[in-house]
Design a protein around this ligand. Sequence first.
Ligand SMILES: [Zn+2]
Length: 437
Amino acid sequence: MKKDRRAVLSKAAFTGVLVLSLTVGTAYADKNLNTVYQVYVDDESIGTVEKKEDIQAFIEDRVHRAEITYSEEDLKLNEDITFTREKNLSSESNKAKVLDQLEESISVSAESVQVNIDDQTVAHLSDHEEIEDVKKRLKEKYVEENILTQLESKDSKGKPIEKEEGESGILSVELSHEIKGESSEVHPSQISSVSQAVQEVKNGVVVENSDESQGGNKPIEGEVSEPLTEVVVKEKDVQEQTIESSRKIVETNDLLKGETETKQEGSDGRKEIHTLITKKNGSVETRETLKEEVVEEPVEEVILKGTKIIPSRGTGTFAWPAVEGTITSHVGERWGRYHKGIDIAGVDDRTIKAADNGEVVTAEYQSGFGNKVVIDHNNGYETIYAHLDSIDVEVGETVRKGNKLGVMGTTGNSTGVHLHFEIHKDGKLEDPASFFK
Ligand SMILES: [Zn+2]
């Protein structure tokens, strides 16, 4: 087999044999006969030469030229070159013919590394280091160089440096199909550059690993479509989300109906969502939630809502305290004095009514006011009803809005039948007319 033979003789070994043969040959030289050397290429004679050195120099030259042509070092000669020493009278030299023959017969090979993916040979490279370069180049298309370096870095104990718990970032960069390098020998023209090998992996091109396909790398029809390996990047994504606070309403009889009180202020919480994202050649393949972690619990807002009803408590709005009638006098200066309320007159029905819910605190005759009723509405308001002809309520009695308090009259300092009506808020006088617009 041709393949087996080419590994037998390295250039160095060839030189060694040559020197040894010359020494032996010189020792047995005969003065009457010329010493010539029969030259064999793989056991086949190609003629005779007078000096072995000519053959050696020629081969060295051809190997050297090939090294320059293919930019490869340490090329090997594939053929086994041997000599037999002979004595010859004629001393006929056919050096030119032998060298021509040699030129046609010899070939060189280079030590190389097969780039294998799934038992398919993708390309040949010069050495194993270039295989690593191919892997790196493929990865760098999707991951920045400094991140790759970071992922490979180890701590002082030789362990990989792990990410912080809540940190987003790339966890690993792998190839979906492993790229393996296997030592081989090929014609130097078959050795690709790293860039070519990377392109072939991406294109999914498969090359035949045979001695005949000199510089082949031809795509096989119908088989080329997917890349032979893809860059699988596993990435951790940490996102913070707000957990919205909820509101709870608690009814209580400790508060009056319509009143509310915040028992507990609410606040939003926060949670971290850790997701593992797997990308193949840059596109997302899977998203997997690794965990959800509550960083801060939300605080529920608690609102107390009053349910207690007090009948003697005013609603805050006032009803007209008479049965129809009109305002005949307003709040303000009148006859050199200040009129503190409104006068209502001109009614058919003289019923005086409570303007709002409340408790009767005064029900008596007073000079000036005549028969006077005062209602405390238990919400800051007090109303005063004066000049009544008669009073129908007693002090301490609870009245509802609209209840009858008495009858309109003209008792006290009064010039005719009317109701004098005042509203006080927290002890300060208000204009009743402003409540009946
Ligand atoms: Zn009045």
